[in-house]
Every structure is written in C-alpha cells, then in structure tokens.
Design a protein around this ligand. Structure first.
Ligand SMILES: [Zn+2]
Length: 554
C-alpha cells in the first residue's frame, strides 16, 4: 500500500476504532517503525499510550499479533476494551479454565483472532506454540521489556525464554516496550533477543510529577512523617514499603489514625489481595500500603501521590513505582522518606539474587543424571531433580550454560547437552561472571542513595541517570528547586564522578559582589563562586552556599 493511503487508513482506524483524533509524536515514530517491519524498542513514559503503538499497526497487518506481558491482571481489561471496539483479541494465561483455554486455542488455530495476549511462561508450552504456528504471526510485542535484561531492576527469568519463542514462531518483527531503561539495559534487551533494535526513546520527563525527599533517622520519625504526609495529601495514593513487616506496621498505624487504608503484599491470600485491590480501584479505600508486589497490574490514572516508606534498590524501581502517580497528567507528588539505615535492607536483598557456583554445578549434574546427552529433557524434570536450587536460579544457570554453548534447547524448549566435555572449572567460571552483576547492582543502589542525598534538582538526577541528559537545568517543582538546600562545603573529589559536572577550566557565571537571588532565602551578594557553587552573604549576616542552578542574578 502506498504510504499516503496507509496513513489515511491508519488515521481512520485511530478515529473509528480507538476514538482519538491524532497520535502523539512518540507514538507516530514507533508505529511507523513497526509498520516498516523493523525490530523496535520503544522507551516511553507511563501514560504515553504504549498500547496504541502495537494495537494500531496490528489491525493493519494480515496475520496475528502476539503480546507477551507479565501483567496478567491487565490482560482481561485490554481484551474487553478491544472487544468493545470491535477487535477480536484473547488472553491465554493461568486464569483461564480448561474449557476457556480449549476455546481460545481453537480460535487461534482458526486464525479468528487479531491479538493474543499471553505470559512468557505460557510461551514455553509446545501446544500453545503449535496453535500459534498455524497462522502467520506478523508482530511479536514484548511489554515491560526491561524484565528480559539481567541488568534491569526487574529481571524475570521467564523472559529469557522469549527469544526461543520468537524463533519458534518464524522470527516475526519484534516490538519491545518499556517505561524505564538505561542505555546498558536497552543494549542488553537487544542482545537477549539476538536482534538489532531500532531504539525510539521518547523521554521520561513528566513535569506533573513533583519529587521530594523527607529525611528521618529512626522508625518513630518515619511513622510520624507518613501519618502527617498521608493526612495532608489529597486524593488517593500508594505507600510503598520494602518489606512485608513494614507494610503491616504502616497499615496498622494509618488505620489507627482513621485513614481509609488497604494493604497488599505477597503474604496475603490471593482472595484478600483481590478484594483490597478492587476496593482501591473503586475508591472505597483511599490509600494502599504495599510492597512492590503491588502495582504491576494497576491501571489507576488518578493517583495523586506515591510515598516510599523505604528506599528502593535502584532508581529504575523508584522511577517506575513513583511514576504510577499522575498518569492523568495532573499534578501528583512522589515522596521518598529516606533513612540511611534502609540502605542495609537493600544490601541484604542483593545477597541472594544470583546462582552460586553450587547452583550451576547442581544444574549440570541434574542434566547428566537425566542423560541429557542422548535425549532432550524438559525444564520441569530438571526442576524436580534440583530441590536445593531455587527456581529462578536454575533458569538463570541453564541460560548461562546455553549461552556458553554447553546446552541447546529444541523446538519444544527441552534441554540437551551438546558439549559433553565441560569441565568443573568452566562451570565455576560461568557462575563467577555473575559476581560482576552483583557489583553492578551495588552501583545502582549507590545511585539511588545519591538521589536521596543529592542537592541537585531531583528531575535532573533522574534524567541524567536514564538519558544522560546534561542540559536539563531544573524542574522548578521538586523540593530542591523550591527550597534549595544549603550546601555543606564538600571536597569536589569526594563527589561521585557524575556529580562533578563542571568541565575543567570552566568559569563561574557569577563574580564576587554580584547581587543574586535564591528561592526562599531572597536576595544577597556573591562572596565567592566556582563554576558549580556560589557562596552568598545575606542581609541576616549569614553566608550560605548553593548550587549555581538555584541562583539567579537579582
Ligand atoms: Zn527540580
């Protein structure tokens, strides 16, 4: 179809099926790339209309579109919405009854459905893959694509199976979508998918999110802060804690104070979680106290605040969780309560994440015991044979051996040993590679802590981390912009590299005697200045230091 005609057809679908008059800039670029059958990675902020980027092209392609997502809770909603718009879509996941699943597979085999929503786990099921193979798959979409990267903050081993499924489905073009990814993660997504991806980054800046950090030094202070904040903030919101214990603690405290509050964490029954979530979505409770188990399936655009009771392990996690606020584009607050002791909680979590040398060796021994040299072995059998290796670590261990060329997976994703000469030290070496990843995790935690302690504009820290943006000055709405913190004299060499921003030989824009103004403190005179900081004398006789970004000539 010539380009003009195609554009016309797309605009018609946009209007008639989805009810929009035009696409946003980022969406247009992604959709063009998809329609040209390029493998694409779109980094788009939450609320930027990601789903339209595959739903619109899907309706202009002859075959079926497969959408993989970890968010089972959202699938039904998407399928229902599409059905209302007259588009045939189905979900295939663990929530279906045997009967529903049979009907779904039948409909896929008959090519009656435009879009199939499913989970990465399901893509390891040979019957399901076989049903998909009966028709042409012309687009393969991976939502929350950062989950495929072992360098990402939300790595899910099940995502490692996705590239096999893409192979098994005849290598259709891929569209990977994520709201947060550093360049290291975007590169890794391509590597894991074995594809060169066209990366379209529409930027993460959302001026309606107002960031702030509140410092506390003990649990009593933290509870006082959370009570005060929740009582003064309007509208509904989420309070995130890093542990179940703290979720219970904060929940009880807010309940005692008369707040309409619910709680959500992994130790509650599925029924309790469902009830609380429904109450929250229907505005029957105003505040949800939750661990990070909550939120992946949440589509509530009018959250007015997200408060973190404890510091998360990475800025990716923090941005993603806090970014659930204000999806409607109206102002929303993202507040972190920071207690230096919380860093230890995250350090503890970092301890048990990756397979140890023993885990990798056990996995290989299980393959040998199952005679994987002469016959392919399904994952479930290996899992049963290695009760001492936690499931995720087994998957990662197998992936490591596969990448190293010791194993292969067949069409049905069973494992076979292809290199029987593997020595013990080779396996140990593989496990040690993961030591480097732990190191990377520790660095990520340091960046999160830097954010919490920084005197820079909060958005500037986020944008510099995610986008390497050097040119962003300040947002004007975060706590540091509104109330520039006085700097304690710090030796520049003690600042991390990314904070030492002034190039060598840079000259200060201020000179001694200049009349300047700082928000909150008012006017004063420059005493001394470097390219980065200014010392100002104020009428009250005090001298205070600020970052240049907060100072302007009076
Ligand atoms: Zn700011």
């Amino acid at each position: 179809m010539p380009n003009g005609a195609q554009n016309k057809a797309i605009n018609k679908t946009l209007r008639d099926t989805f009810g929009y008059t035009r696409l946003r800039a980022g969406q247009q670029e992604v959709i063009d790339s998809v329609l040209q059958k390029r493998d694409t990675l779109a980094v788009m902020p939450t609320g930027a209309g990601k789903s339209l980027c595959y739903q619109l092209p899907a309706l202009h392609m002859p075959g079926t579109t497969v959408i993989v997502s970890p968010l089972i809770a959202l699938m039904k909603d998407q399928v229902d919405k599409l059905a209302q718009a007259g588009v045939s879509a189905i979900e295939v996941n663990s929530t279906l009854t045997a009967r529903e699943e049979k009907a779904a597979l039948e409909s896929i085999r008959n090519g009656e459905t435009e879009m199939v929503f499913t989970t990465p786990e399901r893509l390891t099921d040979p019957t399901f893959l076989d049903a998909l193979r009966q028709n042409e798959i012309d687009l393969f979409v991976i939502d929350e694509a950062h989950c495929i990267s072992q360098w990402g903050h939300d790595f899910r081993p099940a995502f490692l199976e996705i590239s096999n499924a893409v192979d098994a489905l005849g290598n259709p073009p891929v569209l990977a979508l994520t709201a947060t990814a550093t360049s290291a993660v975007t590169e890794d997504i391509g590597r894991q998918l074995k594809r060169t991806l066209e990366v379209i980054n529409t930027g993460i800046f959302r001026p309606n999110l107002h960031y702030r950090v509140v410092h506390a030094t003990n649990d009593r202070e933290k509870l006082e802060h959370i009570l005060r904040l929740v009582q003064s903030l309007e509208g509904s919101g989420i309070v995130y804690t890093a542990t179940v214990k703290n979720a219970d603690l904060v929940y009880e405290a807010l309940k005692d104070a008369g707040v309409e509050v619910g709680r959500y964490h992994g130790r509650l029954s599925a029924k309790e979680r469902e009830t609380t979530q429904d109450d929250f979505m229907a505005d029957r409770c105003r505040v949800m106290v939750a661990t990070n188990a909550f939120g992946l399936g949440i589509d509530k655009p009018d959250l007015r605040f997200v408060v973190h009771y404890q510091v998360p392990g990475t800025l990716e996690a923090y941005y993603q969780e806090s970014g659930r606020a204000g999806r409607d584009g109206k102002p929303a607050r993202c507040i972190l309560i920071y207690d230096t002791r919380d860093k230890r909680v995250q350090q503890f979590f970092l301890g048990g994440r990756y397979p140890t040398r023993d885990d990798v060796v056990h996995a290989y021994e299980a393959l040998l015991a199952a005679d994987a040299q002469s016959q392919p072995i399904p994952y479930a059998q290996l899992e049963a044979q290695t009760p001492d290796v936690a499931g995720n670590k087994l998957k990662v261990g197998l992936k490591l051996m596969k990448d190293a060329g010791y194993l292969k997976q067949d069409r049905n994703l069973r494992y076979r040993i292809v290199n029987p000469d593997v020595k013990a030290e080779d396996l140990l070496h593989l496990a040690d590679e993961y030591g480097k990843k732990s190191e990377a995790d520790r660095e990520k935690l340091e960046r999160m802590i830097f954010y919490a302690q920084s005197a820079f504009c909060r958005w500037r820290v986020l944008l510099e981390y995610f986008e390497g943006a050097e040119d962003f000055d300040r947002c004007g709405t975060c706590d540091n912009c509104l109330h520039p913190p006085e700097l304690k004299p710090v030796k520049k060499s003690r600042l991390p590299r990314w904070a030492r921003r002034a190039p060598l030989g840079a000259v200060s824009q201020y000179k001694a005697g200049d009349r300047v103004r700082v928000p909150r403190y008012g006017e004063g005179r420059v005493e001394s200045a470097t390219a980065e900081q200014v010392e100002i004398g104020f009428p009250d006789g005090k001298k205070r230091q600020f970052l240049c970004a907060y100072v302007e000539l009076a």
